[in-house]
Design a binder for this molecule. Sequence first.
Ligand code: PHE
Length: 448
Amino acid sequence: MKNKTSIQGTWASRWIFILAATGSAVGLGNIWKFPYITGENGGGAFVLVYLICIALVGLPIMMAEVFIGRRARKNPINALEDLAEESGQSKKWGIIGLMGMLAGIFIFSFYSVVAGWVLHYIKAMASGELANVSSEQAGALFNELLADPVTLLGWHTLFTIMVLAVVIAGVNKGLERATRIMMPALFFLLIALLGYAISTPGFSQGWDFMFHFDVSELSWDAVLVALGHSFFTLSLGMGTIMAYGSYMPKKASIGSTVLMVGALDTLVALVAGLAIFPIIFSNGMNPGAGPGLMFISLPVAFGQMAFGQFFGVLFFVLVGVAAWTSAISLLEPSVAFLVERFKLKRSTASIGLAILVWLLGIACLGSFNFMSDVTFFGKNTFDALDYLTTNIMLPLGGILIAIFAGWFVKDQFVKDEVQTSNIIHTCWKISVCVISPIAVSIVLLLNL
Ligand code: PHE
């Protein structure tokens, strides 16, 4: 039992796990979603609630996921089943993993479309097409892109192939190698952009906007958004972190490692906000512009600044890299499951899944053009899948994982695997047994 390893491989070191998990966590959620939902929800007060959700709910659930994965050394479904059996519980707990797989496939399909926009914007920025555009022109260009299924399909296809190329190569030759190259690049790009933002006149206004806490600005809605987003941004509730945990070396301490991943993810989101808002304010634009913030407001802002084109390209490359390392992790749990349960070859499993998510992605990109009249509860396919996963499936998966780890798994198993001090163990226990289930249930009920 003690020296089991996953048949998929093991990360070379604790640091590789930290970087790979951070690569999964840091993505469009941090750089695209976080700034625009912060803008829509009034800034500082929202940021505060988000930080509280990460600390009280996100990190404890992440610990539970890593624990389950590393103890079983298997894909999420088998890991949950094994652990349930060992603890004398029903193997039906494996269903959480199945729901997670489905969530990963759904998320990939809209994620890849947005990543496709990012690839398009790298090209548009680099070619000078966006130089000196007015906000009307930038808005028109974005809408033109959305209305053009062929261009969207091209980028979505390219992105899916990029992800497939890494996943197919396996844990060490694919995921780990990508992590070693892309994560340092990501941090470097982010710091360069932050330096640039600090040099703009709107920096202090951007800082105030993000860190000026005014409780009166807080709405219930913002709390709901913040909690849902804390699952999305930490890649929780769908088995990604469980799968990555199953490749974690035995010696690494789970508590401090998880803390590091959570801290890095939060840091990147805050820095992304600090890089974006000053640029928006320096150009007198509206921080509450919504999903278009990154694709409309930001190009306009870059277009009006010294070295704007250069930093604009850097910015979109950064977002593209971040999206790439996250999208890989959306497929990994399902690939591992197909390989381990049905003895498929990794290549067969990866290609099959890539085709599936590629097809679903077509429905998402069609939401903006040829399929715009297909709606579910009044939302187009893209919005419906985003809503279903972020606001329902991930929180539901997360709460079930918390309840399973807190109430149903033998406590001794947790103590053996996690090996933290009694105080941390008790805090963790309180969160997964009480705080997380209550907080997430309230939010889920209010959402419905
Ligand atoms: N955490 C990623 C982001 O913030 C998205 C993601 C969610 C990735 C769930 C994997 C699993 O962009």
